[in-house]
Design a protein around this ligand. Structure first.
Ligand SMILES: CC(C)(COP(=O)(O)OP(=O)(O)OC[C@H]1O[C@@H](n2cnc3c(N)ncnc32)[C@H](O)[C@@H]1OP(=O)(O)O)[C@@H](O)C(=O)NCCC(=O)NCCS
Length: 181
């Protein structure tokens, strides 16, 4: 590449949350409840086993640029694909992406997609160790709902059809496997 067109590319790392290593103080994604969760609740929630969290940082830097969290969840078999209903298991085990967010100044550059794909790979690995039929998340509702919905639809998520959680979407683990492998 000619010198005048060269750009400095810094490697991004997605690492397990470590309260002592990851600096969350300057993080803001534009959605207040997520920022508050990251700064005020995440440490307690990881300590208590409610979620596991992964942080995107630049190599050798501490500032959090993006993150996601995973937790266990069961969804009712009457929703989702027909084959869940045929199992006669009332509660289908899934993995729940409780939060995913990118720092505002970093949005629109592919980091959100990279985080969800990293989460999908991790969920696939987890599903080799314990039953998990799908990845599920709730699309947050505000003025950017349609953009957010498209973001997840482009990654293969589809509506679960749960009237109590109308913005809940899922992707079967078999589809995750087919997409990633
Ligand atoms: C949604 C979000 C994680 C996407 O991360 P990102 O790094 O901007 O995403 P990518 O660059 O990989 O992909 C861009 C797509 O993300 C979506 N997106 C971008 N900015 C967004 C925003 N402020 N709000 C919602 N969706 C957004 C759009 O679908 C966009 O595609 P488009 O430009 O064609 O409309 C990020 O915008 C964010 O943190 N938003 C605020 C918090 C949030 O909405 N979290 C999701 C909770 S369900």
């Amino acid at each position: 590449m000619p010198a005048e067109t060269a750009t400095e590319v810094t490697a991004l790392i997605i690492a397990k949350f470590d309260k002592a290593l990851h600096d969350r103080s300057a993080f803001s994604c534009g959605f207040g409840p997520i920022d508050t969760f990251l700064k005020s609740s995440l440490s307690d929630h990881t300590r208590d086993g409610l979620v596991a969290a992964w942080m995107a940082v630049e190599e050798n830097e501490r500032a959090v640029l993006g993150f996601y969290t995973l937790g266990a969840l069961a969804v009712r078999a009457e929703f989702g694909p027909k084959k869940w209903q045929r199992t006669r298991i009332p509660d289908i085990p899934v993995i729940y992406i409780r939060a995913v967010a990118v720092r505002k100044d970093m949005q629109g550059n592919g980091l959100g997609t990279a985080l969800v794909i990293d989460a999908m790979k991790r969920c696939l690995d987890i599903s080799d160790q314990m039953g998990a039929a799908a990845i599920v998340l709730d699309v947050l509702e505000d003025a950017y709902f349609d953009r957010r919905w498209n973001f997840y639809a482009n990654l293969g998520f589809q509506p679960l059809g749960d009237p109590d959680n109308p913005h809940r979407v899922y992707i079967p683990m078999a589809d995750v496997r087919a997409t990633l492998i």
